[in-house]
Ligand binder design. Sequence first.
Ligand code: NDP
Length: 309
Amino acid sequence: MKILFSAKPDVWDDYEAPLRRALDAAGLRYDLSRDHAPGDVDYIVFAPNGPVKDFTPYVNTRLVMGLWAGVETVVGNETLTQPLARMVDDGLTRGMVEWVVGHVMRHHLGLDAHIHGQDGEWRNDVYPPLAQDRPVTVLGLGELGSACGQALAGLGFPVTGWSRSPKRIDGLTCLSGADGLRDALTDAQIVVLLLPQTPATEDILNADTLALLAPGAVIVNPGRGPLIDDDALLAALDSGAVGAATLDVFRTEPLPRDHPYWAHPRVTVTPHIASTTRPETAAQVIAANIARGERGEPFLHLVDRTAGY
Ligand code: NDP
């Protein structure tokens, strides 16, 4: 069985050994390369910045497995007629939970006041609030949003989550649909965006939806840049309606040097590092999906092309 690894050369360097270990452990016989003849390839491990852009010649390929959780750059590729799986990786999820909890706690506890305000004055009139008094909303209750929501709920935050389909998740208030979005955002003090980028989620935070939040609310966006109407967010930050934003993802990446987010006093820019696929755990996910294919079982983590994620 032939596996084509189509990603940048440095990614291959990171993955080759873990992938061989995982495929061996799964008992698979394989030929793993970056240069098979297209018609021979059974499975493609794929990153959008790798060499394969046209899937037409891969006539015998049974599954294309993305290395990334987000699929917005490949889902519309008309040459891709093969099934597409996205990355669901425990290491990626754990990294995202740590990043989200860290940034939520920073804003919740007002850590900046002490980190940046150390001036010899002993101001002990403001105590850190309790999480139970800080409603947090997580937009998107998939692999990442549900894990982040549950971690925050575990710290005591009242967490409301929102998704396309109705859900029940222990410890979270789960809402869905247009009314659900309104309820999820109304009076929220911290909003975490973990939605995929699709036509239905673009600009989901806009002037109207930002106006529903509690005064001085905080936005934390590790989802995708186009989820936010940037002009509306900047206006809300300037007026103080939104108190702060931590943004990891942007419409244009790298974020242009002259973008107003860089210099805005209420904005923290992180360079799309909230989390990443971890080769050791991701290799096991890839091997498990190939093993399923070889046994004739349905693949896991398939993308719904119509929904776009
Ligand atoms: P999932 O597909 O598991 O979850 C997506 C969630 O969004 C689901 O709950 C889904 O609802 C919900 N959703 C999708 N469309 C809508 C809609 N129109 N209205 C309401 N809810 C909707 O994705 P992941 O959790 O794995 O990843 C989420 C995103 O995180 C990725 O798409 C990617 O953009 C981003 N990401 C960012 C990283 C970073 O480093 N910054 C790293 C990895 C991912 P339902 O459950 O009903 O399907």
